[in-house]
Design a protein around this ligand. Structure first.
Ligand code: ZN
Ligand code: ZN
Length: 134
């Protein structure tokens, strides 16, 4: 599928009206699978699309999250990072290259001790040195 078609299909599937900026931002997310922050997305898009504003990027990402098109995680500090992979998954963060890798994670037995709690979001974060950097 052409990238442009893929973008329009994804937006349609998530009930999001396509606009020039939304197409640009989703296009960027399809290229960068290292869980970019809103700032990284903004900085990269700005060179191609000078008219884009930081607020538009933030608002669009919030909309994407609301509609279930992206998932979010925080690797360090408190910066939200965005991922088009929305199934439950854990993250491995490499302390040398900053790479963020997805891995499938299903270990709900660990929640036995949290019986009676309402769990709203799980973030499984593993840190270390990735294969490439070793
Ligand atoms: Zn690495
Ligand atoms: Zn992820």
């Amino acid at each position: 599928m052409l990238k442009e078609d893929k973008i329009l299909t994804l937006l349609k599937e998530h009930d999001i009206r396509p606009s020039y900026q939304r197409i640009q931002i989703l296009g960027y997310l399809l290229e960068d699978d290292n869980h970019p922050t809103a700032d990284i997305i903004f900085t990269n898009l700005q060179t191609l699309t000078p008219a884009i504003s930081r607020a538009t990027v933030y608002n669009t990402l919030n909309l994407f999250e609301e509609k279930g098109l992206v998932s979010t995680m925080t690797a360090d500090k408190f910066e939200t990072r965005y991922d088009l992979y929305t199934d439950e998954h854990g993250h491995f963060v490499c302390k040398l290259c900053g790479g963020i890798y997805n891995f499938d994670y299903k270990y709900h037995d660990a929640y036995e001790e949290l019986e009676g709690f309402d769990i709203e979001k799980e973030e499984i974060l593993v840190k270390g040195v990735c294969k490439k950097c070793k």
